[in-house]
Design a protein around this ligand. Structure first.
Ligand code: HEC
Ligand code: HEC
Length: 573
């Protein structure tokens, strides 16, 4: 035992612990297509993979929860979502080294590189940042709500903003906002520009707010998958194609890659464990939408639409310069998979490292991301509870004892310790809650006891995201306001909730359960719209109209200055 410990201490610091799941989340290829650079989300590392030899050539530790990466020449940049920084890497294959770590802002997500600058989407600040790689100077500009990914095409920077449901097109490097393209759907993910820079492609979901019955699900009226095309050069509308065949849908579309000639696309659909191979022209429709199901002619034409089963959870993809080889990262199987676009065959799978057997929590994670747990595989838990959080949208999951009644998706951060569950707080047993989600929300196969065990073990790993920094002066004033306005009676520290339900004046006469359980206020600022039906679109509205201190505890309402301080405090939770 002692020798093993000693050996572990003697290992160079650059070799990450081998038994951790790698969960590759993003990939970029070298300009000659020989090497792949991979961001390993759960081992906090980046690996350089030799695609010819089919193995990892080097792996270095980076910040916490690497999210996205970009590679140009001998330089790569990796965003670390939970440590709020950017790792700059030097690459001379087969060598890989960390050159610098640059603090960049709250919750960095997507990244792009050009002309000695890194562009970063900051989802904790609803901003985009440009980092001068030589001086390390960081400049920021406001963008949409919850920016996830970026695509750079010449002087156009396209930002996919999930909660504001739009793509913002900024000018690079000034970051001036040029126009916004409304998407009419949530879950905007990776965005890829066409080689000529005219458009960008992004996946998203479309929702129609119908109750989650089997019939509505299969009509595409609960959660459906779209591939959208967004104009970058002029202000115009988005166009979209539907991706779901009735009876066997596509779930959790995320990574999209464009071939070097701009004619082929690869889309990772993690929920249905597949890579979609598409070839232009596709039946894009702007007005009226593309219809609820995939175009019948497209579905029949294997040269333009093909589904390749990869297992696990493919999340990102990249085309090699030959325009034919596609490299996909498979989060749940800890591997890279190489797919031949022409034949649709998997030509190689490259393991990145990880435990021989998945842990209980990892088994739960694979249920969480599994679209086959829903009726005809239309969506997974992750479709609404994105990475265990909320996508900000409201659904009628009939979980409140009523039909035709939308509820905002609750965040599952900290869920294991914040019972009772659901907005009304009627669920007092977490496993029951999960069984209900699988049966009713998903209309899926009957869960086994071990599925619920595994799912609960995974949910216990989903924690709150740490706040951006220590509590400053305004936040401390906000804390005092919070205390003397009686807020902590119902929102008790440390998680700012209680196990009780309260009637706070937001009840409907025909509610099946009385009152509401206050959701934890940790992370609350970043998950609007607020309240059980999402009726408050700003926190100002929330406290002025729907959740007034005067009505709750006969305390004076907040002045505009007090509101700023209160929000600074809430932001620090
Ligand atoms: C179609 C969107 C959607 C899907 C898919 C979905 N949920 Fe939910 N979930 C919701 C909504 C909406 C609520 C709030 C329901 C209510 O309070 O009535 C919720 C509530 C919950 C809660 C209670 C959280 C709390 O803090 O009280 C848990 C736990 C949960 N979901 C787990 C899951 C799991 C596990 C899955 C997959 C098996 C899943 N959900 C799939 C939308 C969804
Ligand atoms: C009597 C108990 C009670 C008091 C006092 C109270 N709250 Fe709440 N709070 C709740 C309940 C219950 C909800 C959920 C209501 C709903 O969604 O219909 C809630 C919701 C919220 C939300 C929205 C959460 C979300 O995710 O949408 C915020 C923010 C909030 N409260 C902050 C405060 C602040 C600040 C105060 C003090 C001024 C306060 N609350 C006082 C019970 C209370």
């Amino acid at each position: 035992m002692r020798t093993i410990l000693l050996l572990a201490l003697l290992l160079p610091a650059t070799v990450p612990r081998d038994d951790r799941d790698r969960s590759p989340y993003d990939v970029a290829l070298s300009s000659d297509g020989r090497w792949a650079l991979v961001a390993n989300a759960t081992s906090d590392s980046v690996a350089l993979v030799d695609l010819e030899a089919g193995k990892v050539a080097a792996e270095v530790p980076v910040g916490r929860r690497p999210f996205s990466l970009a590679w140009q020449g001998a330089t790569a940049a990796v965003t670390n979502w939970l440590s709020d920084d950017l790792t700059i890497l030097r690459i001379e294959p087969p060598k890989l080294a960390v050159a610098a770590t640059v603090p960049v802002g709250d919750e960095p997500r997507g990244v792009a590189l050009a002309a000695g600058r890194a562009y970063v989407a900051l989802s904790g600040e609803n901003a985009v940042a440009v980092v001068d790689l030589a001086s390390r100077a960081v400049t920021k500009a406001a963008t949409g709500d919850e920016p996830w990914h970026l695509a750079l095409a010449g002087d156009r920077l396209a930002v996919s903003c999930s909660n504001s449901q739009d793509v913002r097109v900024h000018e690079a490097p000034s970051l001036k906002l040029l126009h916004r393209v409304e998407m009419r759907g949530h879950n905007l993910r990776r965005i890829a520009a066409a080689p000529d820079g005219s458009v960008a492609y992004v996946c998203n979901i479309a929702e129609r707010g119908r109750p989650a019955t089997k019939d509505n699900i299969d009509r595409g009226w609960v959660v459906a998958s779209r591939l959208s095309r967004v104009p970058l050069r002029e202000e115009s509308f988005r166009e979209a194609v539907s991706l779901d065949p009735r009876g066997k849908a596509v779930a959790d579309v995320d990574g999209v890659a464009v071939s070097p000639d701009g004619k082929a696309l690869a889309v990772a659909a993690g929920g249905t464990h597949e890579l979609l191979l598409l070839r232009l022209p596709l039946p894009f429709v702007a007005f009226g939408g593309p219809g609820d199901h995939i175009d019948a002619d497209l579905l029949k034409d294997a040269t333009r639409f093909r589904r390749v089963d990869l297992g696990g959870r493919p999340v990102a993809a990249a085309f090699a310069p030959d325009g034919r080889t596609v490299v996909a990262t498979n989060y749940l199987s800890n591997s890279l998979q190489v797919v031949d676009f022409e034949t649709g065959k998997v030509t190689r799978a490259i393991p990145l490292g990880g435990p021989a057997e998945p842990s209980l929590a990892r088994r739960g994670e694979s249920i969480f991301y599994d679209g086959r747990r829903s009726f005809n595989q239309w969506y997974s838990c992750h479709s609404c509870h994105v990475d265990g959080h909320t996508n900000g949208s409201a659904y009628d999951t009939m979980n409140d004892g009523r039909y035709g009644n939308l509820k905002k998706t609750l965040s599952l951060r900290g869920v294991a310790k914040t019972g009772p569950w659901t907005w009304h707080g009627w669920q007092t047993d977490l496993r029951n809650t999960l069984a209900h989600s699988l049966r009713t929300t998903m209309q899926g196969p009957e869960p086994k006891a071990e599925d619920l065990e595994a799912l609960a073990a995974f949910l216990a790993t989903i924690d709150f995201v740490p706040p951006a920094g220590p509590r400053d002066e305004p936040a401390r004033r906000g804390e005092a306001l919070f205390k003397n306005h009686g807020c902590s009676t119902c929102h008790e520290p440390p998680d700012y909730t209680t196990g009780e339900t309260y009637r706070v004046g937001l009840e409907a006469p025909d509610d099946a359960y009385s009152g509401f359980n206050p959701p934890s206020l940790r992370g609350v600022v970043l998950r609007g719209p607020w309240l059980h039906d999402g009726r408050a679109h700003t926190l100002g509205d929330l406290f002025a109209k729907h959740h007034r201190p005067f009505k709750l505890a006969e305390k004076p309402d907040f002045t505009p200055e007090e509101l700023k301080d209160l929000i600074a405090f809430l932001r620090s939770l």
